[in-house]
Design a protein around this ligand. Structure first.
Ligand code: THU
Length: 159
C-alpha cells in the first residue's frame, strides 16, 4: 500500500510573522460581515496579494441552502487569477461560532480546496493557507495542493 504524506505546521498566531498576523486579523474581522443565519457559523477569509494589499470575504448563506457560498469562494470570485498585481501569496480563514469547538482550526471544504487550487494553478505560484481558530491554534500549509491529493485539474480533461 502506498502512503501519502504532506507537510504542514501547527502553531499559534503569536509565533507567525507580523504580515501573516495582520492577514489573520483581517480574516477574523471579516467574520463580522458573514451572513450565516442558518448555521450560525460565521467565516472570514482574507487573501494577501502580490501588491501587499489584503482582500476579504465572508460566507453568505441562503434559505435555499445550496445557493449559499463559502467565504473562500466569495473572496476568490472577486480576484482575477490572471492579474499579476492580484496574485495571491497567502490566504487565511477564521470563524466565530457559539456551537463549534473554538480551538479547532477551520478546514476549508472540498469545493473551496478545489477552487483555491484552480487559482493557484492559474497564477502558477503557490498559495500558502493559514487555517485559524478563535482560540488561537493555527495549521498552515505552504502550498494549497497539499490539501487536495490526487486533485482533478485541466490535465484530466485532455490527452
Ligand atoms: N463555510 C465556509 O464559509 N468556509 C469553509 O471553509 C467551511 C464552511 C461556511 C459554509 C456555511 O455557510 C457555514 O460555513 C457552515 O457550513
Amino acid at each position: 500500500m502506498e502512503q501519502f504524506a504532506f507537510p504542514f505546521q501547527q502553531t499559534t498566531i503569536a509565533q507567525l510573522p507580523a504580515h501573516i498576523q495582520e492577514l489573520i486579523a483581517e480574516a477574523s474581522k471579516a467574520t463580522h460581515y458573514a451572513y450565516a443565519p442558518y448555521s450560525q457559523f460565521h467565516v472570514g477569509a482574507a487573501a494577501l496579494l502580490a501588491d501587499g494589499s489584503i482582500k476579504t470575504g465572508s460566507n453568505h448563506e441562503n434559505a435555499s441552502y445550496p445557493a449559499g457560498i463559502c467565504a473562500e469562494r466569495g473572496l476568490l470570485s472577486g480576484i482575477n487569477p490572471l492579474d499579476k498585481q492580484q496574485q495571491i501569496l497567502a490566504m487565511a480563514v477564521n470563524y466565530t461560532s457559539n456551537n463549534a469547538a473554538n480551538a479547532t482550526p477551520l478546514s476549508p471544504c472540498g469545493i473551496c480546496r478545489q477552487t483555491i487550487l484552480e487559482t493557484q494553478l492559474a497564477q502558477n505560484a503557490p498559495i500558502a493557507l493559514y487555517m485559524c481558530s478563535p482560540d488561537g491554534p493555527v495549521i498552515y500549509v505552504e502550498d494549497a495542493a497539499h490539501l487536495l491529493p490526487f486533485y482533478f485539474s485541466s490535465k484530466n480533461l485532455n490527452k
